[in-house]
Design a binder for this molecule. Structure first.
Ligand code: BES
Ligand code: ZN
Length: 465
């Protein structure tokens, strides 16, 4: 197996340029899942990924759902080899605001960065660059490693960035076909450019869009101002009071059930030597803001939050317009931690908004999804095998980390397929995911591809239990 891995790694090096070209072709497809204007592009990206899997030795197809399609590919692998389910998502976040991109978001380019060349495009790191790493590792095993050495299933989703509405029904309907021994999810980050990481905690989410309706139509602010309700004034006051002076969320029941990290966990996180000022500098800041009494890592990994993601209404064009807008809207989301019940948090938020309803107004409230925080075992034979594979490439063990983001599929794999995931990703904090000028370092891409190839070798050596 070691000889085969050497051949696979050499092949990956030799075919690097062709891999980057394939990734660029995927990045050129604007598969923005939340925007129905891009439905055709999302479908095109699914077909593109399925063709890549076919070219990598898989029996692959695009599978329709009531939303965007799934791509599923299978390879039987040798008898008794473990069944590994690889997951990635081929959809991306909207590229807005467009004017802040230095090059068009769907025209990938290579630019020089502090760790060498970087691929700049929407989806470069989240998640097209990451899914292509395991697809290319599998392809290389197929081409020069004597065949893919495990029973492999690849599942690529097209709705991850818009709440995964079709995922659970799809997993439920196809559980027997998909159920693996272990899942590998490549959608997270490294600790730093030379230290691999395995993520064992993800935050959950509740996302609401609210509109406060007041007058029946827009009003002259001189004729009516001071005498009638202004939905923008009221909405911003209500939103402004959602946090108290200590940065805690002032909603009754919000913190119910929150499980605090153990002392051992906190000590482990302290021992990681987090570069707080570097992390903040990447965001153009020199100070952290948040819940009093918690470190930056705790604030991101183990504390729940509430953030306004968008606020709109009234006149936003050029110059001044003296108007009281009939309605005001906001989108906001909460990141949840272990112990919180997403449905209960959503109910608590809605009760809070209803109790705060100003006279003469009414709410429209739309939920954009609810999913719990997730923990995967930080000790398991699978994780130990992955550690060996990663060590082979990076010459050190991966650190175990939390992640402030959400990847709902990991919870669905646990509950529907009964399988845990190894969250092995190669993004970096400065990748600007969800932001203009998203990038993925070529060094991360190369290290990640080699890592997937090596982890595959180690998993293949483990007999199915
Ligand atoms: N890849 C991210 C999750 C992530 C974020 C990992 C930051 C590491 C660092 C994932 O694609 C994502 O953005 N998920 C959404 C899920 C949501 C729409 C339910 C998120 O976290 O906002
Ligand atoms: Zn992602």
């Amino acid at each position: 197996m070691s000889d085969s891995l050497d051949a696979v790694l050499a092949h990956l090096d030799a075919t690097h340029d062709a891999q980057i070209e394939r990734l660029f072709n995927l990045l050129r497809i604007p598969s923005v899942s939340t925007d129905s204007a891009h439905d055709g592009d999302v479908h095109r990206a699914a077909e593109f990924c399925s063709d890549l899997l076919t070219a990598s030795g898989f029996n692959s197809s695009v599978r329709n759902t009531t939303g965007h399609p799934m791509v599923v590919g299978h390879v039987d692998g040798p008898a008794n080899a473990p069944h590994v389910l690889y997951y990635g998502h081929y959809d991306v976040q909207p590229p807005d605001p467009l004017d802040l991109w230095r090059s068009p978001p769907f025209e990938p380019v290579l630019v020089d960065g502090k760790n060498g060349p970087q691929i700049v495009a929407r989806g470069a790191a989240d998640d097209k660059g990451q899914l292509m790493m395991f697809v290319e590792a599998l392809r290389a095993w197929n081409e020069v490693g004597g065949g893919i050495p495990v029973r492999a299933t690849v599942l690529l989703e097209g709705e991850e960035e818009s709440g995964s509405p079709s995922l659970d029904p799809f997993l439920e309907a196809n559980a027997d076909e998909l159920r693996p021994d272990v899942c590998i999810v490549s959608d997270t980050g490294m600790w730093d450019p030379t230290t691999p990481a395995i993520t064992t905690m993800l935050r959950g989410m509740v996302y609401l869009e609210v509109t406060l309706h007041g007058p029946s139509h827009d009003l002259h602010s001189g004729m009516y101002g001071g005498a009638v309700v202004n939905p923008l004034n009221e909405l911003t006051r209500i939103l402004g009071n959602l946090h108290d002076a200590d940065g805690r969320i002032a909603v009754k029941g919000f913190y119910d059930g929150v499980i605090e990290p153990t002392d051992a966990q906190l000590a482990e996180w302290k021992g990681l030597g987090f570069d707080e000022s570097g992390f903040l500098a990447e965001a153009g800041l020199d100070v952290s803001t948040g819940e009093a009494g918690h470190s930056v890592l705790e604030r991101i990994w183990s504390r729940p939050t509430l953030d306004i993601n968008g606020l709109f209404g009234g006149y936003t064009g050029e110059g001044a317009k003296t108007v009281i807008a009939a309605e005001a809207s906001a989108k906001f989301s909460c990141r949840l931690v272990p112990g919180q019940d997403p449905a209960a948090v959503e109910t608590a938020l809605i009760s809070h908004l209803n109790a705060a309803l100003p006279a003469g107004c009414r709410w429209t409230i739309v939920s954009h999804g609810c999913n719990p925080a997730i923990q995967v075992p930080s000790k398991s034979p699978w994780l130990e095998l992955a550690q060996h594979g990663l060590e082979r490439i990076w010459n050190q063990r991966a650190v175990l980390v939390g992640c402030g983001g959400s990847i709902p599929v990991v919870g669905s794999f646990q509950t529907i397929l009964g399988a845990d995931s190894l969250l092995i990703g190669f993004g970096l904090d400065d990748d600007r995911v969800h932001s203009p000028n998203e990038k993925f370092d070529v060094a991360s891409y190369r290290g990640g591809t080699r890592s997937h190839a090596a982890v595959l070798a180690v998993l293949a050596e483990s007999e199915r239990t």
